[in-house]
Design a protein around this ligand. Structure first.
Ligand code: NAD
Ligand code: GLY
Length: 367
């Protein structure tokens, strides 16, 4: 392992967004370190939102540190297929039944699904209340809990209903990853690899060297991977909070990936799995454009395979299936689909300037 992860596993980063700046704490036993996060709670009112998988594991532990507050809880059904407006309404029901006011604080205890939904409910309730992110999957610790994208799926498109709403603090406790299923750990690694591919070749090389340790859940390796991922994301979000430009690079592989997730039925392919296969499609398309070598493509494929991730889209998905789902992508502008592609490894670009037949070949060459 390189010297970067020899340091003790406790990192704090700030997402610098003027009066909406907030800290990300990365470490172990962070629930107990209440000074890090309860200071971000404005009043006595708190609503913890979690799901029926995470509640038996971590809810009591969290509540034991909230005894000075009046806490209500919402336990959602687990799953991407429940990331919808019905569940948001069930959060509003409790907020209203329990008379939460504008000073209330919502706490998201869970993965990206719980985090995105809790954040969206917080963005909408009484036109916006505070929320904290306590991400419990690797994916949510390295990506979804940071940057303020919140929302739900629509049957016609992934994450199509939502709002930008920044949390007040993010608490990424590596200890909770002990109970994460292996498939979910791999899904999180897809987003970690993404940061290397878009802008940090040294990090990509570090990930190649440390993939086995990461999959064994070595705490120092995970701590460094979470830290570096959040650092890259914080820098990009600080430059372009609402995705007018550079933030779109964080969607490498997502245009193809969202189409896979929606087409397969939400939850059948994990988000990170779809991102891995989608990133391979973007990588192969970049090679067709002459921007990457065959060795580059093989290198990207090898790191996804080492992370335990798929490198091809579902065999049954046709080019026209992809086109149908991709037509509603949020990066469609003036009728043109902008894609995140790689000019080189560690050098992502957003472009609509590609020959249509190269996209068609990418979508059709399914294997
Ligand atoms: P998830 O929230 O569905 O969690 C994955 C599974 O792991 C679930 O079954 C969950 O109950 C379980 N789980 C969570 N923590 C656990 C733990 N510590 N121990 C045992 N089981 C645990 O999935 P995810 O991968 O965390 O998030 C995916 C979602 O995040 C997608 O909806 C995606 O669109 C969204 N996302 C959002 C952003 C953003 O910027 N807002 C970025 C990336 C992804
Ligand atoms: N996950 C992409 C973003 O936050 O912009």
């Amino acid at each position: 392992m390189s010297e970067q992860n020899a340091s003790p596993i406790r990192h704090t980063l700030t997402v610098p967004l003027a009066d909406r700046s907030y800290d990300i704490h990365i470490g172990r036993d962070l629930f107990e370190q209440t000074a890090l996060w309860t200071s971000a709670i404005r009043s006595k009112q708190v609503l913890v939102v979690t799901n029926d998988t995470i509640a038996p594991l971590y809810l009591d532990q969290l509540l034991s540190h909230l005894q000075d507050f009046n806490v209500d809880t919402v336990i959602l059904p687990d799953g991407e297929k429940y990331k919808n407006l019905d569940q948001i309404n069930s959060i509003f029901d409790v907020l209203l039944e329990k008379a939460h006011n504008r000073t209330t604080t919502l706490i998201a205890l869970g993965g990206g699904v719980v985090g995105d939904m809790t954040g969206f409910a917080a963005a909408c309730y009484q036109r916006g209340v505070d929320f904290l992110q306590i991400p419990t999957t690797l994916l949510s610790q390295v990506d979804s809990s940071v940057g303020g994208k919140t929302g739900v799926n629509h049957p016609l498109g992934k994450n199509m209903i939502g709002a930008f709403h920044q949390p007040k603090v993010v608490l990424a406790d590596v200890g909770v990853l002990d109970t994460l299923p292996e498939r979910e750990l791999s899904a999180g690694l897809a987003e970690v690899i993404k940061y290397g591919l878009i802008c940090d070749l040294d990090f990509l090389a570090w990930l190649e060297d440390n993939m086995a340790l990461l999959r064994e859940r070595d705490e120092a390796a995970l701590g460094y991977a979470i830290f570096r991922s959040c650092q890259v994301k914080a820098e990009i979000v600080a430059q372009d909070e609402k995705e007018g430009g550079v933030r779109a690079l964080l969607n490498l592989g997502h245009t193809f990936g969202h189409a896979i997730e929606a087409h397969q039925g939400y939850g059948n392919w994990l988000h990170g799995e779809a991102v891995a296969a989608g990133t391979m499609m973007a990588t192969r398309m970049s090679a067709l454009l002459g921007w990457l070598s065959a060795e580059d493509v093989a290198r990207v494929e090898a790191i996804f395979v080492a992370a335990g991730l798929p490198v091809n889209p579902p065999e049954t998905m046709t080019g026209s299936d992809f086109m149908r789902w991709m037509a509603v992508d949020k990066k469609v502008m003036h009728g043109q689909l902008r894609l995140i592609l790689l000019k080189g490894l560690g050098q992502a670009v957003i472009t609509a300037d590609y020959p249509a037949d190269v996209l068609e070949t990418t979508l059709a060459s399914n294997a």
